[in-house]
Every structure is written in C-alpha cells, then in structure tokens.
Design a protein around this ligand. Structure first.
Ligand code: BYC
Length: 313
C-alpha cells in the first residue's frame, strides 16, 4: 500500500473507533505524540511514589501503614504497565527513563509539592487520585489499544486509592480541632495544584486539538477539570471543609460550579523546574538509578547466562 492508502486506512479506523494496535501502520506524529504522553504518564506514576513514600514510616497506625505501602507499590505497577505500553511504540524504556532523569521529559506538576503532614496523604488519595481517575477513565477509550487497556487496570486501582484517601480524610474531619485544621491546611495547599493536573486551559493547550482528532484524548483539559470540580465539591462539603477559592459557587444557569482563575504562572514555573520539590524529586530518581546499577548488571548477566544455556541445549 502507498503511504496515502495507509493513512486513509488509519483515518477510517480512527473514525470508526477501531483500536490502533502496536503492529498497525500509524503516522509518525501519532506515534511520537503517544510516546510523549504515555512516557510522561509513566514517569508521573513513579515520581508520584516519592511524596507518599515520605510518610510510610510515619503512618499513624499499622493499618494505615499497610494500606499506604500497598498503594505506593500499585503506583510502581502503573509505571510498569505504562512503560510497557510506550515500548510497544518502538521506544526503549531505558531511553525515555533517561529523558526523565536528564529533565527532557516531563512528569505531572503535582508531584513537585511537598507532603508536610499526614493529612496530605489522605488529600493526595482523595484529590490527586480523584483527579487522575477523571482524566484516566476517559483514556480507557483512547484510540491506541495498549494504552487504553493499561488504563482499565490502572483505573480500577486508582478507584481504590481514591476511596482510601477519602476514608482517611473522613477520619480526620471527624477528629479534634488540630486534626481538622491539619486537614484544612492540606486541602488549601493541594486544591489549586490538583486543578493544574488537567493541564493548561484549552485555548493554551498546544497538543489538545490533534490529540482529540486522533481520539487519544476524548475530552478537553477544561471539560475534565470542570467534571472533577463538579464531582468533588459535594465531597468537600460533606467533610465540612472549604476550598481556598472565594469564587467557588454553584451556577444554576450552567449547571456547574464556577471557580476562580488558576495561577498559571505558578504552573509554568513548576513545569520549568522551579517548583518546591523539582530538584529533590529528580535527585531521588537519579540516586535510585545509580544505586540500582549493580542490580541491572546482575540481571543482565543472569539473562545472558539463561540465553546461552538455551542456545546450547
Ligand atoms: N504537569 O497541550 P497540553 C497519578 C504539559 S499520576 C506537567 O494540554 P496534553 C498518581 C504537557 O505535557 C497521573 N506537565 O498537553 C501517581 C505539554 O508539554 P509537552 C498523571 C503538564 O498532553 C502516583 C504542555 O504542558 N496523569 O495519578 O495534550 C501517586 C501543554 O499541555 C501538565 C497523566 O499523566 C501537568 N499537570 O494534555 C498518586 C495523564 N499538564 O509534552 C497519583 C495522562 C500539561 O508538549 N496525560 N502539561 O512538552 C494526559 O492526560 C495529558 O498529557 C494531560 C496534558 C492532560 C496531562
């Protein structure tokens, strides 16, 4: 087939909602855009382990510690599914991981904020995983099959994460004044950064139009952000807590909550590496990479030995 015929076949499949699979022909720009998004997504999962891991040794009870440990392990698993999905597009895991370490590939801005109290762990589960679910449920219908299928399993686990977060914040909301103040402080610090997770406003989102035409993204950044706010404000009210947004109000005419302007300067500063924890996060990942050198070497020697044994047999 000529390139034009291959392109026409690809377009027909996108139009008909037929998944694109790893061995199918796809335009190079589609492939590169997926490597970018899936790679960033994978990096977010593994960098996202760091702020939560910070509290494993300080969880208030053994039950909370076991649950948090399991959650952080789930995030590593999500990273693995996503790196595997990216590899089906022809990149190597090592290559895109190096791009994370040298700062040429992004990860979610949210993980550049510190976890200062136990309440932050509950709020991350509730708000950050809650935002991730809203974004990722839509990605379960992404046009690229391996990405969409990875998202199905990830979403199931994220739902559990969101529930554990809400259960933890519910306990704090029913606690004493110090516990309620700690929770309110965590909400105040994480509210706006959570809204930034959905990316820039649609008018400033360079990738959205093409990603939506290719049905990688099914909803725009602003649509998903609004959906998250509409879902979350009733939960906030049920906790007896408030959002740090004086403009947050139910709008009868639109049938949605109206909310204030996000501080986009802060968002772009964090993307440029100027967030509170950017340096610390990448340093932790670089250190882990260096410390893991002997494991990688031992594993590759073992793999070579097995291959040689198979060849000899
Ligand atoms: N942070 O054109 P746009 C989790 C970048 S992990 C950093 O709208 P796009 C969890 C964007 O990449 C969940 N960068 O982009 C884990 C682009 O830059 P490049 C993480 C951001 O791709 C552990 C530029 O800004 N979820 O839940 O169409 C523990 C312009 O943006 C951000 C995902 O990764 C940001 N927030 O849309 C707990 C979801 N926003 O690449 C929890 C998968 C934007 O052109 N990703 N940028 O240099 C997506 O759905 C989309 O990539 C986005 C952005 C909606 C995030």
């Amino acid at each position: 087939m000529t390139t034009d015929q291959l392109q026409a076949h690809f377009d027909t499949k996108i139009e008909a909602d037929i998944s694109i699979e790893a061995k199918d022909w796809m335009p190079d720009a589609y492939r590169q855009n997926l490597i970018r998004q899936i790679g960033q997504h994978a990096h977010s999962e593994v960098v996202g382990m760091l702020p939560e891991a910070n509290w494993i040794t300080r969880a208030p009870t053994l039950r909370r510690k076991a649950v948090l440990l399991a959650k952080v392990q789930d995030e590593a698993g999500h990273g693995l599914y996503l790196y595997s999905a990216a590899e089906t597009l022809g990149c190597t895991r090592q290559d895109i991981y190096q791009k994370l370490l040298d700062g040429t590939m992004k990860y979610s801005s949210i993980f550049n904020y510190p976890t200062l109290s136990w309440a932050d762990i509950g709020v991350i589960g509730w708000l950050v995983d809650g935002a991730a679910i809203v974004n990722q449920v839509a990605l379960c219908r992404a046009s690229y099959g391996p990405y969409a299928r990875a998202m199905v399993k990830i979403c199931k686990e994220e739902s559990f994460h969101q529930r554990q977060g809400y259960e933890a914040v519910m306990a704090l909301s029913k606690g004493n004044k110090a516990q309620r103040d700690m929770l309110q402080d965590a909400i105040n610090r994480f509210w706006w950064p959570t809204l930034m997770m959905f990316g820039p406003n649609d008018s400033d989102s360079p990738n959205s139009a093409q990603s939506m035409a290719w049905k990688i993204k099914r909803f725009s950044n602003d649509e998903l952000r609004q959906k998250f706010i509409d879902n979350t404000v009733p939960q906030l009210e049920a906790l007896g807590m408030t959002a740090p947004d004086p403009e947050l109000v139910w709008d009868e005419t639109t049938g949605h909550y109206h909310f204030g302007e996000i501080n986009w300067d802060e968002f772009y500063q964090v993307l440029k590496g100027q967030g509170i924890c950017n340096y610390e996060r990448l340093e932790a990942k670089r250190r882990a990479w260096d410390n893991g050198k002997w494991v990688r070497e031992a594993a590759s020697v073992h793999a070579k030995k097995i291959a040689a044994r198979k060849q000899a047999a």
